[in-house]
Design a binder for this molecule. Sequence first.
Ligand SMILES: [Zn+2]
Length: 66
Amino acid sequence: MPQEPKKRHSKARKRTRRAAISLASISLLKCTNCEQATIPHQVCKNCGFYAGKKVTSIGQVKVTKA
Ligand SMILES: [Zn+2]
């Protein structure tokens, strides 16, 4: 026989526990090359730049007016 809980937990106890279960919103940074919102520590999916250098050949590099 499996073990069973000795006492039933109250509704408040259950609801307090479940209130803490939530997804945190992800933080986004602006790409230094194309200024699109990107995930930190990841290659920009729009232009393929990472830390100011082109590391992949995905996408086209948008020429920014300086
Ligand atoms: Zn970019």
